[in-house]
Design a protein around this ligand. Sequence first.
Ligand code: FAD
Ligand code: EPU
Length: 342
Amino acid sequence: MQIQENISLRQYNTFGIGAYAQYFSNFTSVDELLYITSSKKYNPALILGGGSNILLTKDVEGLVLKNGVKGIEKISEDESFIYVRAGAGENWHRFVQYCIAQNWAGLENLSLIPGNVGASPMQNIGAYGVEIKDVFHELTAVHLLDKAIKTFTASDCAFGYRESVFKRKYKGQFVITDVTYKLRKQPVFNTAYGAIQQELEKMKVKELSIQAISQAVINIRSSKLPDPAVIGNAGSFFKNPSIDKLHYTVLKEKFPAMVAYENEDGTMKLAAGWLIEHSGPGTGKSWKGYRAGDAGCHAKQALVLVNYGNATGKEIYDLSEMILQSVEEKFGVLLEREVNII
Ligand code: FAD
Ligand code: EPU
């Protein structure tokens, strides 16, 4: 284990932003983490997984801790469930594929999400009708100040839509070192999301399986989301905002094509991608496909901001600010960033 100085983070974030870390260390065990953080010289400034949900707007002063804790282990099982623990540094999609190969069900809808296991509870990752909270059992985390090793259950994590206690009350305080998931021996298929059904039909699937659902999700995602290896991005840049019914009714009358879904509490969740596509710089223009220098808004998915090559984090951030203001002006809806701004 080594502590490196003045390291470019370009290869460590999927936006491909070339900010620098004053110090950088890749730890592979809890012991190594405790050892590195015992030195007062290196002030932990950023915990890093796969870097697929961050926007670096400046150089990082202090120590970047890249989580490389590996290992996948079946902990226990009962009649219905398998309990499987994975190290925070395991690649998420490889872990999903491993579970699917064992016929352990529950993660298939979350196929092909970039990043690592350790960040999955951070924002309660979600896609195609499933969120991590649906399969989460517990996690282990180390407190950066008192070095206490703590177990968090689902209720401790206070999961919400793209939310957890680690993004709020405990922001920057805990390093998640492993996560245990509760997976089903008998699958309960979730194909409620319209696009999955259409894709399964297109694939001519005769017998539904977790393998087929995973492949359908992979196909959908590959068709519309930009591959970070080709074009820098961090997935959805904003959350889908929720508004009350009254506000929704007024907007829907004015914009009948607006896309929205009803939440369990009766409020309405709007598709931020639609709002962004239907607003833009100047009259009648759309942000979708907009480009200023190397910062842009993806041509197939307006919710995804992209780096065509050499955009700075500040340029991407400034574009997000312009989008946010223009959506608020047109629809009276304030978007919230989903990506972690560093
Ligand atoms: P990072 O970007 O490295 O970190 C994210 C945050 O978590 C940071 O604040 C970081 O400090 C913190 N963190 C990371 N690891 C730890 C740890 N071990 N302990 C404590 N804190 C930690 N997300 C979805 O929910 N659904 C999607 O469908 C989805 N699609 C995406 C598609 C694309 C093309 C891309 C690029 C991203 C997408 N994302 C999606 C966002 C992203 O993949 C997830 O948020 C993912 O979980 C981030 O993992 P990461 O390891 O890259 O985290
Ligand atoms: N839409 C537009 N224009 C656009 C983009 C989308 O009109 O430019 C419309 C679509 O036509 C569709 C609706 O908006 O009717 C929803 O679009 P989509 O199914 O692509 O999903 P999303 O709401 O944009 C969310 C998540 C994704 C997740 C998908 C699938 C958020 C912020 N984003 O996107 O998560 O993969 O649903 O479940 O909730 C991420 O978090 O990074 C991410 C990619």
